[in-house]
Ligand binder design. Structure first.
Ligand code: PPS
Length: 297
């Protein structure tokens, strides 16, 4: 289906080539310039659908570069060390920056540099079970002033089901990125795997990036990327983001950091509808999702 001209029921979004950008944060012309960017083998893109572990991966990647040493990035926000490629003004910056260039994106792969599909650079795709994504995104809409405040949970549930949110359809995002698994140097990891064993996740990410870390260095990456520690580091939890963008009175970026919070929010009817959509959309998808802590073996 061509979603290009579909109307979106969300006043703060701009529909651009079938993808929902955020008004004031993204410039469609700049987003279009990403496709032609020249890449280097050392370039790394961390890709997420919103609320799937973006800031967590920013922290991990920043620390892997610093070999676990927090003092290297003292007073530097992880979001600045691993910035969004699609945010206004960032494309130009990317073109001239020294290596290594490590970036974050919520975009679909079709907006990304063509060179990625020629196996230049590397991609880390972090995914999270979409029920927890939905709940996390609902709360984030209250905090983020650049996003429309939902009337209530049901209102947001309906928007997410339709993909009328920044990032569009969760299903389309993951399926289209996954379709690139043989075209790109891409590493898939789930939020739940990271919760289950952060140490192994950090070691696998470092190995994928070709970074040699000593046991002590990777232990330090893990230490400074736990939910508990990140919550206490203002540079790690977006506390310094201006109140024009985040209303810190409404909640915190680091909210719960758990698996299965959806069970506290979904009604039985909502859950049945979600399961049906998930079945329809994901029946041939090979990745298993963890929905509750008790699913972890
Ligand atoms: S965004 O807005 O897309 O950049 O948000 P994103 O960073 O992808 O997602 C925020 C959720 O990730 C949780 N988070 C973590 N969980 C566990 N451990 C660590 N270290 C961690 N860091 C961030 C954060 O709490 C949000 O999830 P919820 O469920 O809302 O708590």
């Amino acid at each position: 289906m061509d979603h290009t001209d579909m109307k979106i029921d969300n006043s703060k979004l701009i529909r651009h080539k079938g993808f929902n950008l955020i008004s004031g944060i993204h410039d469609p012309d700049e987003v279009d310039q990403i496709y032609d960017l020249e890449l280097r083998d050392s370039d790394v893109f961390s890709v997420t659908y919103p609320k799937s572990g973006t800031i967590w991966m920013q922290q991990i990647l920043m620390l892997i570069e610093a070999k676990g040493d927090m003092t290297v990035n003292k007073h530097r926000m992880n979001g600045n060390a691993v910035p969004w490629i699609e945010a206004r003004g960032k494309v130009k910056e990317f073109a001239t920056e020294l290596s290594p260039r490590v970036r974050t994106t919520h975009l679909q792969h079709r907006f990304m540099p063509l060179a990625l599909r020629q196996k230049k650079g590397k991609v880390i795709y972090v995914t999270r079970n979409p029920k927890d994504v939905l709940v996390s995104y609902f709360y984030f809409h209250k905090v983020a002033t650049m996003l429309e405040t939902p009337k209530d949970f049901n209102d947001f549930f309906e928007k997410f089901m339709k993909g009328d949110v920044h990032g569009g359809s969760w299903f389309e995002h993951i399926k289209t990125w996954y379709s690139q698994k043989d075209n790109m140097n891409i590493f898939f990891i789930t939020y739940e795997e990271m919760i289950q064993d952060l140490h192994s996740a950090v070691e696998r990410i470092a190995a994928f990036l070709g970074k040699d870390l000593t046991q002590e260095q990777s232990a330090n990456v893990v230490k400074h990327s736990t939910f508990k520690n990140m919550k206490q580091i203002p540079e790690a939890n977006y506390e310094y983001i201006s109140s024009d963008l985040l209303d810190h009175q409404q909640g915190s970026f680091m909210r719960k950091g758990t698996i299965g919070d959806w069970k506290n929010h979904f009604t039985v009817a909502q859950n049945e509808r979600f399961d049906k959509l998930f079945q329809d959309e994901m029946k041939d998808f090979p990745v298993q999702f963890i929905w509750e802590v008790c699913d972890i073996v």
